[in-house]
Design a protein around this ligand. Sequence first.
Ligand code: CP
Ligand code: NVA
Length: 372
Amino acid sequence: LSVSQIDALILHARHLKYRGSWLERPNSLDPRASEARVLPSLSLQHKTIALLFSKRSTRTRLSAETATTQLGGRALFLGKDDIQLGVNESVRDSAMVISGMCEGIFARVGDHSEIEELAQYSRVPVVNALSSLWHPMQVLADLLTLCERRDFLKDPSIVERDRKWTLTHSLNALRPLTVAYVGDSANVLHDMLVSYPRLGHQLRVASPEDARYRAPKAVWDRVVALGCDKNIFWTKDPREAVHGADVVVTDTWISMGQEAEKEQRLKDFEGYQVTEQLCREGGANPNWKFLHCLPRKPHEVDDAVCFRSYPTPSSPNPYPHKLHRVDNVTSQVFYGPRSLVWREADNRKWTTMAVFDQLFGRWMLRGRPAIS
Ligand code: CP
Ligand code: NVA
């Protein structure tokens, strides 16, 4: 997506959210309710969107199903145990068949090449719902979340001055932000790398030095081609990364499909947990906010795994035989006032709705002749 396309989608998502929120309260006595009581577009009426998911999902699936319903369409969930794909049928053949009957495909795949192949052979638009390399839908929701923060605006007084500013301003209202990402170089970060710098924000990333935790060549080539590398600072030191950060972001250290690497990864990411102390010592903006795409899963491990941080000579482990929990963020941060994670999750619906409306909603499957 170009910068103007991203901006248009975020603005469209804000319109949908504003209207959708009021629609949910049709009897509201608030005078704003009447002006917003406009039905959102029914652009998916009589259309079916295939949700092709080969991996688990809560937010992405829910956002797609609820957004499709609200746009008047039907979402058809096709999990990996439901259809022939991957067992008795190839990606190419499945793409031909599914795109013959549905008006759009929203696909969560394993290797990124699978979604490329789907797009190559599909006769209808294909949207990436997460692949090994990218997670574009997440970053749209994150951007919408940032736009909703008064403290991130160039001119915070606009919120009082112009009641409808939310419908006219989107990414252009944000001041240049410093965004820190602490953790694995995975799909969510990769989309941040190709979007935030183009929108005028500085990205500071901390990940271990090992090549497997750094952006793969296909991703970095894209970062460079878009000129984003000039606004990215990469270090192995989380303290250095959070310096000056307005927003601190993390994602799981063990993405779906990497479960076999769990022990190694938990060792390698020791010290990368997002904590109040880390951000204080690293010199983050005192009002820093926290984003996490979710899901969040603490891991129970024993000392054999977390041998480096605990015990140390000055701080012996008082419970040497007990398991302890390892996580990429503390509960203090995750559930605390800095955390925007629930709003971020809610916003998945509105950005997905904007994408579906703009892309699937404007697509008509041309009738094919019965006999040829
Ligand atoms: N953030 C996200 O994509 O969550 P799900 O895996 O639950 O869809
Ligand atoms: N990096 C994570 C994102 C989950 C939404 C994964 O791929 O599992």
